[in-house]
Design a binder for this molecule. Structure first.
Ligand SMILES: NC(=O)C1=CN([C@@H]2O[C@H](COP(=O)(O)OP(=O)(O)OC[C@H]3O[C@@H](n4cnc5c(N)ncnc54)[C@H](O)[C@@H]3O)[C@@H](O)[C@H]2O)C=CC1
Ligand SMILES: O=C(O)C(=O)COP(=O)(O)O
Length: 525
């Protein structure tokens, strides 16, 4: 496995990657050079500078994961990545404090004219009256976006005695109340706030959320801080409002086009600027680089993820409880496809017992990976498994039940096919010991192994003996055996663990034995 790091990240992150994979660090590639070399890599690690476009992804035949050492993924074409089954991972928490502190630093600097006053004094001047400031105390701060960074900004602003008005359509009133914040509309923020700070991602919905109309209703002399993304504010409209004095000042860390070479906003004396430094602290850079490196390695190794943006992830607090079920689900899916025939129409997965308390979508996707990997040449992973299932018209449904008999947890999969309905169920003994406990109507206790023979036969004396002798004559060692039947003399199922693959001619010999109904060779990874 080979990873390309195309933006400057902490050495500790690179070292973490190198523990498991080969790493090339190339931070000065042009977009064209990136398109040329990306085909050699299994993973790409970026910050905000590298643009991971559809074209880059089209050239990335081996790419499995893009890791963003930071929060915003607006420089990555996530839709194109998802279509190609490329996982996009970010490090959402590592730079929260740094970005929040930067926003506060920008607000205080703006209120007290610190950058201009400093530049003036360094130029040999002593002009006290020119740099009259305003207090933050008792002023109203409008916070647009009350996620991780917005919330940390709020705590710090409250400590400075500011009144907060916040807007975030995806935050509950209860959470806002706990933080001592009034949730309101953007309009009220624009009409009432003395300072406005932006903390939403840049999306189609948030692009230019502040433009001429919004600026027009703002308080005269409002001050605006943007340490989120340049595109949230229409820069031309802001320029006019700053020029006219409607907006007294702006503190900008981010710009519509980066890197900035000749942005007119930089020429205005009531604007203070920093070159996208919100996450540029020693602490944040170590945090995000190490976090993303761990996640990229996990993604390459098919391990569960805690912070992917285009995959349902297992929240870190439940990871230890949910993770052991992933191999069970992959094996159930793979086992199903190898044992049963018929075009799959729908899959219903019933999660019963303790597991019903956890987020189960990653487990459902693990089942789909197992189910689809056997029949498809393309790599099936957590990103494209649900997409492929949908494309093939397979309806997938999850059901949860907290009650279950005989087991602590039981996962029962019911599959409707053109040839009838099939059932397969599995569980874990002692936390991670996988068992398939139901195959269709038969209760059985199968230990899934690398090579298996799953046989339906008529339950009568001598069948199992002759089966064993035939395998022995072909030099195939039996490692274990489980049987399940509903009634004496009726149809029964036998699962045999064998030590090596069973060749086709041996299967043919076995099929010819008396009382054998069907035989399937199963290989589980
Ligand atoms: N300047 C810098 O170096 C940095 C900039 N950022 C930027 O800050 C943004 C926010 O980061 P976090 O707080 O960590 O993300 P987050 O995901 O924790 O919070 C974003 C919040 O925005 C809200 N939101 C989404 N759409 C909205 C809308 N239309 N109106 C109002 N609120 C909306 C979400 O509900 C969420 O609560 C990132 O997306 C990134 O673009 C992040 C880190 C560093
Ligand atoms: O994490 C983010 O969203 C940031 O904006 C930080 O960007 P950077 O990694 O410093 O280029």
């Amino acid at each position: 496995m080979k990873v390309l790091v195309s933006d400057q990240i902490s050495d500790l992150g690179v070292a973490k990657l190198r523990e498991s994979v080969a790493v090339d660090v190339k931070t000065d590639l042009t977009p064209e050079e990136l398109e040329q070399v990306i085909g050699e890599y299994d993973a790409l690690v970026v910050r905000s500078s590298t643009k991971v476009t559809r074209k880059v992804l089209e050239n990335a035949g081996r790419l499995k994961v893009v890791g963003r050492a930071g929060v915003g993924v607006d420089n990555i074409d996530v839709e194109a990545a998802t279509e190609r089954g490329v996982i996009v991972i970010n490090a959402p928490e590592g730079n929260t404090i740094s970005a929040a502190e930067h926003a506060i630093a920008m607000m205080t600097s703006l209120a007290r004219n610190i950058p201009n006053a400093s530049a003036s004094m360094k130029a040999g001047e002593w002009k006290r009256s020119k740099f009259m400031g305003v207090e933050l105390y008792n002023k109203t701060l409008g916070v647009v976006g009350m996620g991780r960074i917005g919330s940390e900004v709020i705590k710090r602003a409250q400590a400075m005695g500011m009144d907060i008005l916040a807007y975030d359509p995806y935050i509950s009133a209860e959470r806002a109340e706990k933080m001592g914040v009034t949730l309101t509309s953007t309009e009220e923020i624009y009409r009432k706030a003395d300072f406005i700070t932006m903390h939403t991602p840049l999306t189609k919905a948030t692009k230019h959320m502040i433009s001429h109309d919004e600026l027009a209703i703002m308080k005269d002399g409002v001050r605006i801080i943007n340490c989120a993304r340049g595109g949230l504010i229409d820069e031309e409209a802001l320029y006019e409002a700053l020029k006219s004095g409607k907006v007294a000042g702006a503190a900008l860390d981010v710009f519509e086009e980066e890197p900035v070479t000749c942005n007119p906003l930089c020429e205005l004396s009531n604007v203070i600027v920093t070159p996208h430094l919100g996450a540029s602290t020693e602490e944040a850079q170590v945090n995000v680089a190490v976090q993303v490196a761990e996640q990229v390695v996990n993604a390459l190794q098919g391990e569960p993820l805690v912070s992917a943006v285009n995959v349902s992830v297992i929240p870190p607090e439940t990871l230890a409880d949910v993770k052991p079920f992933i191999p069970l689900m992959k094996k159930l899916g793979s086992f199903y496809t190898q044992v049963f025939n018929g075009q799959v129409e729908s899959v219903e997965i019933l999660y019963s017992g303790e597991i019903a308390n956890y987020p189960t979508t990653p487990l459902t996707n693990s089942f789909l990976i197992g189910l689809l990997s056997v029949i498809l040449q393309e790599t099936v992973n957590y990103v494209n498994a649900p997409v492929i299932a949908k494309q093939r018209g397979i309806k997938v449904r999850e059901v949860a039940s907290k009650t279950v008999e005989n087991f602590t947890n039981l996962i029962t999969v019911t599959i409707k096919t053109a040839e009838g309905t099939r059932t397969i169920a599995g569980t874990l003994f002692n936390k991670d010991d996988i068992r398939i406990v139901k195959i269709d109507k038969y209760n059985i206790e199968v230990v899934p192994s690398r090579y298996m023979l799953v046989t339906k036969y008529m339950d009568m004396p001598g069948v199992i003996g002759r089966f064993g002798i035939t395998l022995g004559e072909s030099n195939i060692n039996i490692a274990g055996m489980q049987v399940g039947r509903q009634s004496i003399g009726g149809e029964a199922v036998m699962a045999l663990q064998v030590d090596c693959p069973v060749p086709e001619d041996v299967i043919k010999k076995l099929e010819k034995l008396d009382a054998i109904v069907s035989i399937r060779f199963v290989k589980l990874d």
